[in-house]
Each structure stands twice: as structure tokens, then as C-alpha cells.
Ligand binder design. Structure first.
Ligand SMILES: *[C@@H]1O[C@H](CO)[C@@H](O)[C@H](O)[C@H]1NC(C)=O
Ligand SMILES: *[C@@H]1O[C@H](CO)[C@@H](O)[C@H](O)[C@H]1NC(C)=O
Ligand SMILES: *[C@@H]1O[C@H](CO)[C@@H](O)[C@H](O)[C@H]1NC(C)=O
Length: 434
């Protein structure tokens, strides 16, 4: 694991400046911003004059409590469909799982799942995660309602969505289904394979549960990122002027650039204000889902960005206790209950050795989160791919002319792995005589 410090210095350094309340939220803002940009660029690419129509959005009625048959309450879960490349009813279905944010039409038009679809004649469907985007159940985000938000509920949604979508789109019972996902949704893709049957699954980026002890420069070098690590360093080294000499002047400039790209004038550094916002139980119009995500970190996932030890070059303010305090302040959940929940999650899903079959774990070694994932092949049916110099979920992003040779090679390996597994699926069908 060779991560040069400079590679992940950028956004984290900026983030650590904003004090203890804002970093995680700001990182989420940055992630959303880039996802939107990348999805939109993919749409523009494919919606030139005379080309395909916009993908369709649909809604599935899903049980709010899939584990209690006598609870009749339901909610609407959004999905997107791209059938442009579908070769027939027996072709594969690429199911792109949403994570802790909203999903737009770009989720089935841009990015790697969509890019792979033509070669395999696949039907591409994306499924928004319950409680995020427009798939928020009625009744607000109070504690009583948030009980129905967890990865296990999300997996149950995948099972019922698969049934409903198969009927809706007349998908043959022998069609292989392949799950894709990045970050938390990458874990979900792997867990889908692990916990809920299905002929074939593939995890885009399988991160895992635990308490993250490192900072992040998750998005270095990606389309839509306002400032690369290289540019940031350039600013710090020489970006000052007479009234604000470097590195302070350069840092000010860097902060201005990032804030401008996010359309924000300033970020509050008030802890009290953050807590108040996170306590609000009305779903946010923006669909960012900060409260929901915090709830999932407090009740099952951990995933806290911290920086510890004498080697940490950043602000030590976003320390673990301060993040855990948020669980207490917002939801009344103690630090020990969080630790217990994370331990249970790791036990339930198998931590870093999940024991699933036909799951490909893809990571980028610039992405600080890769330490939580499976980065070494666990066996022939749990291969891992660690792409050099790639940042968070970069393999899932739309292809660009500027993509590095290692990224191209990585995407090629993903393609080949998928080809192998789909061929095997076909052979075993033939042997079974279907
Ligand atoms: C199941 O749902 C019924 C009907 O809403 C409810 O009365 C019961 O308490 C629920 N059981 C559990 C374990 O939540
Ligand atoms: C569904 O698929 C079957 C064959 O798999 C075909 O006979 C039937 O016409 C299809 N129905 C629709 C509505 O496409
Ligand atoms: C110097 O840099 C700061 C920070 O970017 C900027 O706000 C200020 O306007 C600059 N001053 C001049 C004279 O360019």
C-alpha cells in the first residue's frame, strides 16, 4: 500500500481547515457535486441530436418493513432504466445500486455499468437506496421511522425490486443479474451476492465496515473536482500575493475555488448549528440525506474520517470522539452502542473476508477508503483489483481521454472478469438444459 502523502493531501487539507463539524458534510457535498457533473456529462454525450431518448424513471411500491408481513405500510422507491443496449429477454441485467444519495438518469447512462452494457447486450437499471433522494418513505425522519433504514432493509429492497422489475421488463428467469455499486453501495453489491442468492453479482467497489482512521482525498483527478492535489500544492507553494503571501494566500485562494464550485459562500464552523441541522426530521429538499447517513454510520457502519498519531499532517480536530459525540447529540446513541453496532455488522457480513462468490472488489490505491475494502484476492471467486493512482470509485466514472493507462488497464480487467463469469453462467445453463 504505497500512498504518497502528497497524493491525498488536497481536499483533506481544505476539509480539515473547516473545523470539527464540517469535514464529513463537506466531503459529501463535494461527492454529490462531482457525481452530478459526471452524470450530466455522460447524458450530454449520449443525448446529442438524433440519439437516444432520456432514460425512464419508474417507481416500485416497496414494504416499509420487509421483515414484518403484518405491517402493510409501504413507500415508493425510484429506479431508472436504460434499455438501449438490451439484446433480448435472456440478456444480462446490470443493476446499479444507489448508496447514500440521490440517483439521477445519469446512473444508467454514464459511468462504467452503462459503458459495459453494449458489449453484453445488457439492460441497465439503477435503484435508489431507501431514505435517500426521492425514495424517502412518508412520515419524516424521526427515530421511529429511521428504524427502517439499514443495509439489511436495502438488501431486502433489492430482492423485491428484482422480482418486480423482472415482471415489468419481462426478464427471463435465466438472465444473469449483476450488481454494481461504488463506496457504501459497493459493499451493498457484495453483500447482495453474499446474503441474497442470485446467479451472479459483481461489486464495483466493495468497501467494508469499520471505523476509518485516515483522512480522505477521495476524488483526486476526477471530472468535476474543483482542485486537484497538484493544483492545490501549486497554490500553496506559490499562490500568494503581496497582501496574502504563500502558503496562507494560496490556501485562501484554494478555499475560494472549492467553495465557489460548490456554490457556497461559506461553511459554518459552528458545531451547534451542525447538530441542529442534523436533528431536523423533515426530509431535505436537496436530497443530500446527511441525517440519514449519519444514522447509518451510528447504527451500523462507522466509516468516520479521522486523523491520528504523530504522522498525521492535518488538523486533529475531527477525532473519533468528536464524531461519536454526534451520534449521542443527534440520536442519543452512545459511543459504546456505535462500537457494538459496527462489530455486529462486521460479524454479520464477514468483515474483510466476506466469503461471497463471484464478487470482484475494485479499489484505487489513492483512495484512502481502500484500506477498508478487500484489496487482495481471497480466492478464484473473490478476486480483488487495486488500481494504481486511482481515487475513490474512479473506475465507475465515465471514461475520459485523460484516463491513465493503469485505469484503462483496470477497466479492461473488469471487462474480462465479467466476460468470464457471464460465459460460465451461460455454460452452466446449457449443462442444466435450460
Ligand atoms: C408488525 O406489524 C404489526 C402491524 O403494524 C405491528 O402491530 C407489530 O408490532 C409489528 N411487529 C414488529 C416486531 O415490529
Ligand atoms: C415476454 O417474454 C416471452 C418469452 O420469454 C414472450 O413470449 C412474451 O411475448 C414476452 N412478453 C412481453 C410483454 O414482452
Ligand atoms: C490576494 O489573494 C487573496 C486570497 O486569494 C485575495 O482575496 C485578494 O483579493 C488578493 N489580493 C490582490 C491584491 O490580488
Amino acid at each position: 500500500m504505497a500512498i504518497g502523502l502528497a497524493q491525498w493531501l488536497g481536499p483533506l487539507l481544505l476539509v480539515s481547515l473547516w473545523g470539527l463539524s464540517a469535514p464529513a458534510l463537506l466531503l459529501r457535498r463535494l461527492g454529490e457535486h462531482m457525481q452530478r457533473l459526471q452524470e450530466n456529462s455522460g447524458l450530454h454525450l449520449r443525448l446529442g441530436p438524433g440519439t437516444a431518448t432520456l432514460p425512464r424513471a419508474g417507481w416500485l411500491e416497496q414494504p416499509l418493513d420487509p421483515f414484518n408481513a403484518s405491517d402493510g405500510r409501504s413507500f415508493l422507491q425510484r429506479y431508472w432504466v436504460n434499455d438501449q443496449h438490451r439484446a433480448g429477454q435472456e440478456g444480462p441485467v446490470f443493476l446499479h445500486l444507489g448508496g447514500e444519495g440521490s440517483l439521477g438518469p445519469g446512473s444508467v447512462m454514464a459511468g462504467h455499468p452503462a459503458a459495459l452494457a453494449p458489449a453484453f447486450g445488457a439492460l441497465v437499471i439503477s435503484l435508489e437506496h431507501r431514505f435517500y433522494g426521492l425514495s424517502v418513505p412518508p412520515g419524516g425522519l424521526g427515530m421511529a421511522q429511521l428504524r427502517y433504514l439499514s443495509s439489511r432493509h436495502a438488501l431486502a429492497d433489492v430482492v423485491s425490486a428484482r422480482l418486480a422489475l423482472s415482471r415489468l421488463f419481462n426478464v427471463s428467469s435465466i438472465s444473469p443479474w449483476i450488481c454494481f455499486g461504488g463506496s457504501y453501495a459497493g459493499s451493498l453489491a457484495a453483500w447482495t451476492r453474499l446474503k441474497v442468492l442470485g446467479p451472479l453479482r459483481w461489486a464495483g467497489e466493495g468497501t467494508k465496515c469499520g471505523v476509518q482512521s485516515r483522512g480522505a482525498v477521495q476524488y483526486d483527478g476526477q471530472a468535476g473536482v474543483p482542485l486537484s492535489v497538484r493544483q492545490l500544492c501549486g497554490l500553496l507553494a506559490g499562490g500568494g500575493n503581496r497582501s496574502h503571501p504563500a502558503p496562507y494566500g494560496g490556501l485562501r485562494r484554494a478555499v475560494q475555488i472549492v467553495m465557489h464550485s460548490l456554490g457556497q459562500r461559506c461553511v459554518s464552523h459552528s458545531r451547534a448549528e451542525t447538530v441542529t441541522q442534523l436533528r431536523a426530521t423533515e426530509p431535505q429538499v436537496s436530497g443530500l440525506g446527511d441525517r440519514q447517513w449519519l444514522y447509518q454510520t451510528c447504527t451500523e457502519l462507522g466509516f468516520y474520517v479521522t486523523c491520528k498519531g504523530p504522522g498525521c499532517p492535518f488538523s486533529q480536530l475531527p477525532a473519533l470522539p468528536s464524531q461519536l459525540d454526534l451520534c449521542e447529540q443527534v440520536f442519543g446513541l452512545s459511543a459504546s452502542s456505535v462500537a457494538q453496532a459496527v462489530a455486529q455488522t462486521n460479524a454479520y457480513y464477514g468483515g474483510q473476508s466476506p466469503g461471497a462468490t463471484q464478487v470482484l472488489f475494485v479499489n484505487g490505491d489513492t483512495d484512502p477508503w481502500h484500506v477498508l475494502s478487500v484489496t487482495q484476492t481471497l480466492g478464484p471467486s473473490e478476486p480483488a483489483l487495486l488500481i494504481p493512482s486511482a481515487s475513490h470509485c474512479l473506475d465507475m466514472a465515465p471514461e475520459r481521454p485523460s484516463d491513465s493507462p493503469s485505469l484503462r488497464l483496470g477497466r479492461q480487467s473488469i471487462f474480462q472478469q465479467l466476460q468470464t463469469w457471464l460465459r460460465q453462467a451461460k455454460q452452466s445453463q446449457l449443462q442444466r438444459g435450460v
